[in-house]
Design a protein around this ligand. Structure first.
Ligand code: GLN
Length: 486
């Protein structure tokens, strides 16, 4: 295997800028890797070799001219296929968007390109980001690089699988209820969901607008900091992005967490979380204590209600956001219809998969005149209580540690017929979206060859703290240096 593939984005950018390797060499190595392994992994929906090599040559030309090529110069990145890319099909892994070629780039896509990153293509997801295994993709399932019979998690399963299998140095995903962190946990990566408003969502195809955030999936905390540096910040094209200065997140990586107060919430170590996963996280907590953190027990009593409230709020917003796919404005359209109503109906019937339809129905119901108060308004009240839980906990601690998922990656097909079991895999990740706070998953061990993830949550805009805890842990351990054999 080509050594270049094992380099972090930080290392690639350093070597490219020092002219030890060229951006073209790096890009060719990753494109060859995709050729070699993606038949097995199926992470990519679209690969764009021509555009990638052109971007790489532009980086090399800048360096040759003595110009600044950017903090991610030459680093190959995979983009979740719900991020709009100008001139490149953006499918959301849904049949209804087949053929949709956006006339503009998402802000994060532009920002990555300006920083010298090389987009390799678009990667698979659960249709419209609804799911936890990437099996809901309307195109094909993606496989977990650590064990091809397991799911990579979801909905950013393609992003996670691409980075874990060394088909990309880093990836972008989106996280509405865990879709960055859960696949990061299943694939042994760092996955960061930033604070709501930290990263512009312009050009991210909306699922649930009050919950969605874009973030990085990487192998190291350092790479996550590097990518966040580039993508964070206010954007006049997303009114929910927050006008707050962006620090240099890599400066926060001091490797020193002495005196930091880390909370352990009893509710996240309860029944429903496998004893093995609890044991791995408990061991990691011991390591953090050894590094000088103060470990304090905390309680988040409304945790139990987060999943139920999420499955009202998220489908309600989705039902509204997905109303625009009617076969007229975007993507695919049926050919047989006697009038425009039938055209809408048939296009939506053929274009959307079962999970998406189910959510549109639930969401429409929860918003309907007679049921709004009983469901949507009530779920919003629960959401406030969840946020207050975190506010109270963060008066005592700087961050909260827990498992990311109840179990490591499950088998393909194992939970397809059991929607509740599937949804329960997000039980630890959903509260952060409901509260709008940042949360990060990182690998804390392997169980029968499969990665186990732990989650760090912090108050709004505490990404620096979370990244530094993760970085300090990675300095002390070597889980993040393991590679799947493919
Ligand atoms: N798995 C959750 C869902 O299906 C979360 C998805 C996400 O974060 N996009 O809604």
């Amino acid at each position: 295997m080509n050594e270049i593939l094992t380099l972090t984005a930080a290392a690639i950018a350093a070597k490219v800028k020092a002219r030890e390797i060229s951006a073209r060499e790096v890009t060719e190595a990753f494109l060859a890797r995709i050729e070699a392994v993606d038949n097995d992994i199926q992470a990519f929906v679209t690969v764009t070799p021509e555009a990638s090599l052109k971007a790489a040559d532009a980086v090399d030309a800048k360096i040759a001219a003595g110009e600044d090529a950017g903090s991610l110069a030459g680093a190959p990145v995979a983009l979740k296929d719900n991020l709009c890319t100008r001139g490149i099909e953006t499918t959301c892994s849904s049949k209804i968007l087949r053929g949709f070629v956006p006339p503009y780039n998402a802000t994060v896509v532009e920002k990555l390109a300006s920083a010298g990153a090389i987009a390799l293509g678009k990667v698979n997801l659960d249709e419209f980001a609804m799911g936890s295994s990437t099996e809901n993709s309307g195109l094909f399932p993606t496989r977990n690089p650590w064990d091809l019979t397991k799911v990579p998690g979801g909905s950013s399963g393609g992003s996670a699988a691409a980075v874990a299998s060394l088909e990309a140095s880093v990836a972008l995903g989106s996280d509405t209820g865990g879709s960055i962190r859960q696949p990061a946990a299943f694939c042994g990566l760092v996955g960061l969901k930033p604070t709501y408003g930290r990263v512009s969502r312009y050009g991210l195809v909306a699922f649930a607008s009050s919950l969605d955030q874009i973030g990085p999936l990487t192998r190291t905390a350092e790479d996550a900091a590097l990518v966040l540096n580039v993508i964070a910040g206010q954007d006049s094209r997303d009114s929910t992005s927050v006008p707050r200065p962006v620090p240099d997140y890599t400066k926060a990586l001091t490797g020193d967490i002495r005196g930091l107060k880390i909370g352990v919430p009893i509710e996240y170590f309860a029944e429903g979380i496998s004893t093995e996963v609890r044991a791995f996280v408990t061991t990691a907590i011991g390591i953090l204590r050894g590094l000088g953190a103060e470990i304090i027990e905390v309680s988040l009593p409304y945790t139990d209600y987060a999943l139920a409230a999420y499955y009202i709020v998220a489908p309600a917003e989705a039902s509204s956001n997905l109303a625009r796919y009617d076969g007229v404005r975007f993507g695919a359209r049926v050919t047989s219809a006697k009038d425009h109503i039938e055209l809408f109906e048939n296009t939506r019937d053929e274009g959307f998969g079962a999970e998406v339809k189910q959510r549109i129905l639930t969401g429409t119901y929860a918003l309907s005149a007679g049921y709004y108060d009983a469901y949507y308004a009530k779920a919003q009240k629960v959401r406030t209580l969840i946020r207050r839980d975190f506010d109270a906990a963060f008066e005592k601690v700087d961050a909260i540690i827990s498992p990311t998922t109840p179990t490591p990656a499950f088998g393909l097909g194992e939970k397809s017929d059991d929607p509740l079991a599937m949804k329960l895999s997000d039980i630890c990740t959903i509260p952060a979206n409901m509260a709008g706070i940042p949360a990060l998953s990182l690998c804390c061990g392997f169980l029968d060859g499969l990665p186990v993830g732990m989650q760090l949550q912090g108050p709004a805009f505490s990404e620096e703290t979370l990244l530094n805890i993760a970085h300090t842990y990675q300095l002390e351990t070597d889980w993040h240096t393991r590679r799947p054999t493919l």
